[in-house]
Unconditional design. Structure first.
Lengths: 368, 405
């Protein structure tokens, strides 16, 4: 005897505890199995790209903070690099080192949030999440020392950063570098070999190499599938060519690989931070000759960087005025999200949220 | 089997009310009461009402204490302070919670089946209160000693399933329905290992009465039959819908599952029922496996019961703070492929041991314990191999993270 069953369509989001913001999915499922997923985006659209056309080049920095709001520093970095290329500004070395330090700290913070919320989506009732947020808190405190803000930093300026690091910043950073490896070990002891985490994440949400490349997926998601592509190494910006670091690569491309890749990248970021501290020298944080109102010549520029979520780039077109003629963002979150349906089809409802969490999207960046 | 008059507390209050020879003999100090023996039934009813009143209110206060304790403890587990605003150490936080819940607007969704929707939270609370009737809180301190106590508890706890399904169905919400259906699948499955794990205890005790079970424990059954204890603990965690088995209300998936549409005191009743069930289940585990009120005589039996009870509740809180949630198919797999067989092995090993030593002395009991521990480790090792996370080597792929220089 076979019972007649029919698929049910359910609306998940935009207000839902694990949609990481305001993401909506129209999910059709048969019993517990997912038959169809239709993502609906645009609930957090604020028109940042259009707003950028009305602001001066320096003012746009504040808009970039609000795109990926858990990784503001890397957004600033990407935008500033584009402006510098467009206007032909040579940044001062200390400013570059400082923004590399800020960017790597931000990468650790972003990965901590990503992994914490991934485990929260697994149902761990906030414990690992709060451990991760505790470490992020230290980073946010350091950001507060650097620029006075915790989330929306706006720390970078064309030519470097807007303020030198205060004296208390360096001891705090050194203490963080000493403590953080142990904290990561703690988290690994709690989660990496936890059997429930293993059976929930292994072989779930698998992304093959080819699928990733065809969909132009970047960042930890791509590296978890085993493609060695890190813009810090392939297309070095700032002073990443002077720095030794390795890139963790996964092999299967499932949720567990993506989780592990982020843990390993946190360790690599700590290595980069140590080298930055060794290399940094006193000097001005930004060249005196850079004017407050940058007026780049006519032209366009695009400098992609490796943000915590993938390849992030600002395409800027200048008409010679004080504000960009056109600004377009290549947002890794949006592009990484495109394969969500392929990843979750045939899995259970519970896996949908875990897979979604493992891609680590930020709706502020998706909708802009 | 003990009658209700064997309960010290009952007899004490009864004797303050009713004058009888029996009372005059047992309590020299207070003597006997003012109601003549002719109307003793009145005294009996007043005493019974008083005790039930005390136990129900005790359970409610216990829930408040548990809410506070759980929030404080989980705060500590999560490297934060926990609630600390209302009263010293925040002990009035649950009172504030309760007042807030009562003053919330009571909403019934237009799609809901009103009768079922309202009945569900009541059905959640009332059966749990019944469990307290058979719990002995100390030596000769109990409301009633049913001769089918264990069976009664198992039967009562399973009515929880109905309430969850009614809540999910009646609220007319798809999250609710999924939560309700998951609950039925899971709770029905875990009934079986739970009952079978209790069979091991019943075999040794030779009685279904909870008091007899406690009295038969020369070695606490948690030590004597670890396999039964483990399966019973896991199954009751699942019965309580607590993490890692909280798929019915999975916050990150189903928002609040079957409780999604509930607000105000209806939600409060679910909350109450859930916490009360935790308290009651812990008490049952203490009675069946941890020796109930038994303990060294430096402390009165009631204290030993309370200590074990609170420790058991803390174990549940610990579970909640630590484990991620299992997926629904993995939960069913664990029940049918894991716990069910483990409980059968437990019953088999105890039955064989009882066949060898029908009337064991204390030395023989320890030998039986040793055998049980061997069975415990052996079967856990085998089932861990069979059901644990599959290594990926067999697909020709080894999992490792390569550090590309």
């Amino acid at each position: 005897m076979s019972l007649r069953t029919e698929p049910v369509t359910m609306n998940v989001g935009p207000i839902h505890p694990s949609t990481h913001g305001v993401f909506r999915m129209r999910v059709t499922f048969d019993g517990e199995e997912i038959v169809d997923v239709e993502p609906v985006i645009g609930y957090l659209h604020r028109g940042s790209e259009k707003l950028a056309e009305e602001r001066t080049y320096t003012q746009v920095v504040t808009l970039t903070d609000r795109m990926d709001y858990v990784a503001s520093m890397t957004n600033n970095q990407s935008y500033i690099l584009s402006v510098e290329k467009l206007a032909g500004i040579t940044p001062s070395p200390r400013g570059v080192w400082l923004r590399m330090i800020a960017a790597e700290l931000q990468r650790i913070a972003s990965h901590a949030v990503a992994n914490g919320f991934l485990i929260n989506d697994l149902g761990a009732w906030h414990t690992p999440l709060l451990y991760m947020l505790r470490e992020r808190e230290k980073i946010l405190e350091m950001f507060e020392m650097l620029c006075g803000a915790r989330i929306t930093n706006s720390y970078l300026r064309p030519g470097g950063v807007f303020m030198d690091a205060p004296d208390q910043f360096w001891p705090a950073l050194n203490r963080f570098l000493d403590e953080m490896p142990n904290r990561i070990d703690d988290i690994e002891r709690l989660l990496t070999t936890n059997e429930i985490v293993l059976i929930r994440t292994q072989n779930v949400g698998v992304l093959k190499k080819e699928e990733c490349l065809n969909a132009s997926i970047t960042g930890p998601v791509l590296r978890a599938s085993g493609v060695d592509w890190d813009l810090r190494e392939k297309n070095p910006y700032d002073y990443y060519d002077q720095i030794e670091f390795s890139r963790p690569l996964g092999e299967i491309g499932d949720n567990h690989d993506r989780f592990l890749i982020r843990i390993f990248e946190m360790r690599e970021s700590l290595k980069i931070l140590r080298q930055c501290i060794e290399n940094i020298e006193p000097g001005p944080v930004r060249p005196k000759e850079v004017p407050f109102l940058v007026r780049p010549p006519k032209g366009d520029s695009y400098v992609p960087i490796e943000s915590p979520k993938g390849e992030l780039g600002f395409y800027l077109v200048s008409d010679g005025g004080i504000s960009p003629f056109r600004c377009h963002v290549r947002a890794p979150s949006l592009i990484n999200l495109t394969l969500l349906k392929e990843m979750v089809l045939g899995d259970k409802i519970a896996d949908l949220f875990v897979t979604f969490g493992s891609i680590d999207v930020n709706m502020g960046e998706v909708d802009r | 089997m003990n009658t209700v008059m064997d309960s010290v507390v009952f007899k004490f209050i009864y004797c303050m009310l009713v004058s009888s020879d029996e009372c005059a003999n047992s309590f020299k100090i207070i003597g006997s009461g003012f109601i003549s023996e002719k109307y003793a039934i009145i005294g009996f009813l007043i005493t019974a009402f008083f005790l039930i009143f005390v136990v129900i209110n005790g359970a409610l206060v216990g829930v408040l204490a548990l809410i506070w304790g759980e929030r404080r403890l989980i705060g500590r587990f999560q490297a934060r302070v926990g609630p600390n605003r209302w009263g010293p150490w925040g002990i009035f936080t649950p009172v504030a919670d309760a007042i807030k819940v009562m003053f919330k607007e009571d909403i019934s969704p237009s799609l809901s089946d009103k009768f079922v929707f309202v009945l569900a939270p009541i059905l959640m609370v009332v059966p749990v209160l019944l469990i307290f009737a058979v719990i002995p809180f100390g030596e000769a301190t109990f409301l009633t000693d049913l001769n089918i106590g264990v069976l009664f508890v198992l039967a009562i706890t399973s009515t929880n399933t109905l309430s969850v399904l009614m809540a999910g169905w009646g609220s007319g919400n798809r999250y609710g329905i999924i939560g309700g259906l998951r609950a039925v699948a899971m709770l029905l499955s875990y009934e079986i290992p739970m009952a079978l794990a209790a069979v091991g205890v019943i075999l040794m005790a030779g009685s279904l009465s909870i008091i007899q079970v406690i009295e038969s424990q020369q070695i606490p059954y948690a030590i004597f039959q670890p396999l039964g204890f483990l399966t019973f603990l896991i199954a009751s965690t699942a019965e309580l819908n607590r993490s890692p088995f909280d798929i019915t209300e999975a916050e990150s998936e189903l928002i609040a599952g079957y409780m999604t549409e509930y607000s105000s005191m209806k939600f409060g009743l679910f909350y109450l029922g859930e916490f009360m069930a935790t308290i009651a289940s812990s008490a049952i585990i203490v009675c069946l496996f941890l020796g109930g009120w038994k303990g060294p005589e430096i402390l009165p039996s009631h204290f030993w019961f309370m200590i074990k009870w609170i420790l058991m509740i803390c174990v549940f809180i610990w579970f909640r703070a630590t484990f991620p949630r299992l997926r629904v198919d993995q939960i069913m797999e664990l029940a049918w492929k894991g716990l069910f067989e483990l409980t059968l092995i437990n019953i088999l090993s105890i039955a064989i041991l009882m066949l060898i030593w029908p009337d064991p002395s204390i030395t023989e009991l320890w030998i039986m314990t040793g055998v049980n521990w061997i069975v415990f480790f052996a079967s856990l090792w085998i089932f861990g191999k069979l059901l644990g996370p599959k290594p990926l080597e067999k697909n020709g792929v080894t999992r490792k993270i390569v550090l590309q220089k």
